[in-house]
Design a binder for this molecule. Structure first.
Ligand code: TYD
Length: 137
């Protein structure tokens, strides 16, 4: 599984830092939705789903958290701990988010509006989708 990290430029000066993110420039899709996860308790693990069509870039704008990515053949864990770094997730990938530090904010830039029909929440169904993806069906 190839992981794609996107680096954003920090426009820092004596006042602090600023990051700007532009669709189709910094993000390889049009951004239809932004959501963020915060106030997460230390032992919480969330996600546990894949998407059929959705593309996302995950940015931990404050604090840190871990993302488990699973393509059905291989699992990888990514630590997100920089507001200047985004993790691109496309295709049929199972994801779990965990180990949120106190005060962590995980921002997600998404290519589609919220649509429950795009979710695959059953792991066995995900494995079938992942296999179809891998064999190009
Ligand atoms: P959920 O899918 O459980 O979050 P996670 O993937 O982090 O486990 O979403 C939590 C709730 O928020 C659920 O009721 C659906 C709702 N929700 C929206 O209304 N819009 C959205 O864009 C998202 C991601 C979730």
């Amino acid at each position: 599984m190839n992981l794609t990290m996107i680096n954003f430029t920090a426009h820092g000066d004596s006042r602090g830092q600023l990051v700007a993110i532009e669709q189709l420039r910094d993000i390889p899709f049009e951004i239809k939705r932004i959501y963020y996860i915060y106030d997460t308790l230390p032992d919480v693990r969330r996600g546990f789903h894949a998407h059929k069509k959705l593309k996302q870039v995950l940015v931990c704008t404050s604090g840190k958290c871990k993302i488990l990515l699973d393509d059905g053949r291989e699992k990888k864990t990514v630590m997100l701990d920089k507001p200047t770094e985004g993790l691109l997730v496309t295709g049929c990938i199972w994801r779990e988010m965990y180990d949120f530090s106190p005060g962590a904010v995980l921002m997600v830039l998404a290519s589609e509006y919220y649509d429950e029909a795009d979710y695959i929440r059953d792991y066995d169904t995900f494995l079938k989708c992942a296999e179809e993806n891998a064999t190009g069906e």
